[in-house]
Ligand binder design. Structure first.
Ligand SMILES: Cc1ncc(COP(=O)(O)O)c(C=O)c1O
Length: 382
């Protein structure tokens, strides 16, 4: 008798690595056989301070022991401190805490629709912003957006980094425009500085809110606190998640005083958002980034990779800081080759680009392991 496969307890929505992970330390993770893996994937760009940084672990443990949770119904000193710290770090005025990147973007887009009374959004070809319905509306990934085409908010989609297309676009009915300052999933695409200034000016002229999705580019990854500082542009809203609390789930919607002044109590809300555990982890994360010089390390590591990968199978190193793309005509085979040498890297929707988004404290030893492995790659390898 043929029996059907039992339903897996964990819905199989991902294709995980062929080994389970049980421990992490700095820029490495360890599988159930004790083998170490250099983590250039960074738990999907999350582990900004490295795996299990002792300062973060201690802060979370101490907070868990004193007050594990209370909602926004109560004022919490740790939440007030986290708000002051992250707004100062980002150069913004006010913050609303939530739990994930999609939730931060969903709230940013809601704020734009609410404050302008307009019904349309703008975004960019190749942009990726999350899986909730407003975030899907601005995401350019037909395989996940098409099933919901009827439920999405109309979105003007422009080519990324294109000054002429931006100048020609009509923003008069656009509530908010959202962008990843460096498009990650699309294959680490950058835009010229002048384009960011033009976008800011266009938003000012049309009353459109400028939203930077800094879920990957923020928290020191580009060598500056956020991409806003890197590109010299002050948006109306910044969304953050991933590295914000070193892996404790947390999202943030950072805003200017002008935006904050127009929001009423009750416009935004979340039970878990700004929970004490996440706030303690955020405070420790910013402490570590600042006190251990992790932004300088990100810039130095990127410069070293650029220099030492010259002449290898990598034809171009894309991106800034530790949000890098390795372009190679042999990207898929290279990824396999690196995995076989215990190096984890990410793919992208561009089949010729692999992504590196390691902890910001990635060590010289890890960089050397990656550089040697890439130089050892023979293109005929399958
Ligand atoms: C740029 C960007 N925005 C938004 C998201 C969604 O974040 P989350 O998975 O935390 O909802 C992601 C996730 O990969 C992302 O990379």
């Amino acid at each position: 008798m043929v029996t059907a496969d039992p339903t897996p307890a964990l819905l199989p929505t991902y294709a995980p690595y062929p080994f389970p992970l049980v421990r992490g330390e700095g820029d490495r993770v360890f599988d159930d056989r004790g083998q170490a893996w250099w983590d250039f994937y960074g738990g999907h760009c999350v582990c900004a301070t490295g795996h299990c940084h002792p300062t973060v672990v201690q802060a979370v443990a101490a907070q868990a022991a004193s007050l594990l949770f209370y909602s926004a119904a109560a004022a919490l000193p740790v939440r007030d401190q986290a708000a002051a710290r992250i707004t100062a770090f980002a150069g913004m005025d006010s913050v609303f805490f939530c739990n994930s990147g999609a939730e931060a973007n969903e709230n940013a887009l809601k704020v734009a629709l609410l404050l302008t009374g307009r019904k349309k959004l703008a975004a960019f070809a190749g942009g990726w912003h999350g899986r909730t319905l407003l975030a899907l509306s601005v995401t350019d990934d037909p395989k996940i957006t098409e099933p919901f085409a009827d439920q999405l908010v109309p979105t003007l989609r422009l080519p990324f980094g294109d000054l002429a297309a931006l100048a020609a676009a009509d923003f008069s009915e656009i509530a908010g425009v959202i962008l990843e300052p460096i498009q990650s999933m699309a294959g680490i695409k950058t835009a010229p500085r002048a384009w960011f200034q033009a976008l800011r000016a266009k938003c000012d002229a049309s009353g459109t809110l400028l939203i930077l999705d800094e879920i990957q580019t923020g928290m020191g990854r580009l060598g500056t606190p956020f991409a806003a500082q890197f590109y010299g542009v002050r948006p109306d809203l910044i969304t953050s998640a991933k590295g914000l609390a070193s892996g404790v789930p947390m999202g943030a919607l950072l805003m200017t005083a002008a935006v904050a002044a127009k929001l009423q109590g009750g416009d935004l809300g979340s039970t878990f958002g700004g929970g004490p555990l996440a706030c303690a982890a955020l405070l420790a994360t910013v402490d570590v980034i600042e006190s251990e010089g992790l932004m300088a390390n990100a810039s130095a590591a990127a410069a070293r990779l650029r220099e030492e990968l010259a002449g290898s199978v990598v034809t171009e190193v894309l991106g800034e800081g530790l949000l890098l793309g390795l372009r190679s005509p042999h990207a898929a085979a290279l990824k396999k080759h690196l995995l076989a040498r215990n190096l984890l890297v990410g793919g992208s929707s561009d089949p010729t680009v692999l992504r590196l988004m390691p902890p910001l404290n990635v060590s010289g030893e890890a960089l050397i392991a990656l550089i040697i492995a890439i130089h050892a790659f023979m293109p005929e390898q399958k």
